[in-house]
Ligand binder design. Structure first.
Ligand code: PLP
Length: 377
């Protein structure tokens, strides 16, 4: 059987044409025509006011961490251990103490009760990760954070163009971070975006984004000379990237429609195994519009997950386990965590299998994958 890849970067078609236009514009370094087009597109698509295009989701998380950090205080951040390293690194580097919380094994996303039990006087924010095209219990977290008067951050790296009750994921928290890495639905090789809810915070975010200067105020005519006003970074992409990204953004609904067909095929084929309690995966909430980022299943044991993964591999199908928990990784252990601090995460992470998912995947290939999985049981 021909190799079935886990991921293939999406191509929309107009990327090169727009990159050529960057050469005509002779503005390469960033924050030019295409950065502005991408910003306006995202504002309209997600119905939000404040968007900064970044060079990665990691950078969007780092800007958020810098905005929330008060170096005079001991500050804690609650986040899942079941996530990508960037979610943790961004806050650790800024000086926050990381408090890892469990996931709900039904969804592999942050567990509401465990988070509640970990909030204390030092808690600055809860960072929620939307995993695999699903939506975390975001309104529960919104309520908790409002009640405790702490911030809510959405690591929506995988959730661009997802909506719950018509509201975009990433726009319910105080900050929303998206990834346009080539392993995500739409991309620019590397890129990302930051949503900032509070109109009073977007200026500081913009200063941090642009190397800590108020250069944007000079360009707008609000200031005469630019100066150093924040401890910032170089967090935005070049115009070459945003030209690429703009072509991808224009194709975002086509991308979603193609992925829905693949998701539906997986879902139809695997529902009998779900009903037979051989594996599980989440249902979508009511009134939720997914971007169909991924298809993952959770088996009843690590043995089952390994058995399926190896059989798929023998048949040239690339399926992978999900995240390696952060609390029991080398950095987590150095922070004083041990594997048994989060037993649910530790156990269920081993049972997850992410199946191939990209826009070039054919329905015939999906059927072959399902047949192989069924053959294991
Ligand atoms: C991909 C991903 C990131 C990192 O995104 P980059 O754009 O590569 O920095 C962070 N968090 C989650 C949950 C991700 O899936």
């Amino acid at each position: 059987m021909d190799t079935i890849k886990f991921n293939e970067p999406f191509l929309a078609g107009n990327e090169l044409e727009y990159i050529q236009d960057v050469f005509a514009q002779k503005h390469f370094y960033g924050n030019g025509k295409y950065t502005k087009l991408c910003t306006e597109f995202i504002k309209a698509q997600l119905n939000v006011e404040n968007v900064l295009i970044t060079d990665s989701c990691t950078s969007a998380l780092e800007i958020t961490a810098l905005l929330l950090r008060d170096t005079g205080k001991e500050q804690e951040i609650i986040l899942p251990s079941y996530t990508f390293s960037s979610t943790a690194s961004a806050f650790a580097r800024a000086g926050f103490k990381l408090i890892f919380a469990e996931v709900n094994p039904k969804t592999m996303m942050l567990d509401v009760d465990d988070v509640k039990s970990k909030i204390n006087a030092n808690t600055t924010a809860v960072v929620v990760v939307h995993y695999g095209g699903y939506c975390a219990d975001i309104y529960d977290f919104r309520d908790i954070c409002d009640e405790k008067d702490i911030y809510l951050v959405e690591d929506a790296a995988q959730a661009f163009n997802c909506f719950i009750g018509g509201k975009a994921l990433g726009s319910i928290g105080d900050f929303g971070c998206f990834s346009f890495h080539e392993t995500k639905n739409i991309h620019a090789g590397l890129s990302g975006a930051l949503l900032v809810k509070d109109n009073n915070v977007i200026d500081r975010a913009t200063y941090i984004w642009e190397r800590g200067t108020n250069r944007q105020d000079v360009l707008k005519g609000i200031a005469n000379k630019y100066s150093w006003v924040e401890i910032g970074g170089s967090f935005y992409p070049t115009e070459l990237q945003t030209a690429f990204l703009y072509a991808q953004l224009e194709a975002v609904e086509q991308n979603l429609a193609e992925r829905k067909v693949i998701y539906d095929e997986y879902n139809a084929g695997l529902t009998p195994l779900k009903d037979a309690d051989i594996l599980h995966y989440p249902d979508f909430q009511d009134d939720y519009k997914s971007n169909y980022h991924a298809f993952f299943v959770v088996f009843n044991s690590e043995v089952d997950a390994d058995k399926v993964r190896e059989l798929l591999k023998e048949n040239n199908v690339h399926a992978y386990i999900g995240y390696i928990p952060l609390h029991s990784s080398p950095v987590g252990l150095k922070m004083g965590y041990s594997a048994d601090t989060l037993p649910v995460t530790e156990e269920y992470a081993k049972r997850v299998l992410r199946l191939p998912f990209h826009n070039q995947l054919t329905l015939t290939q999906v059927s072959e994958i399902i047949k192989l999985i069924k053959g294991c049981f």
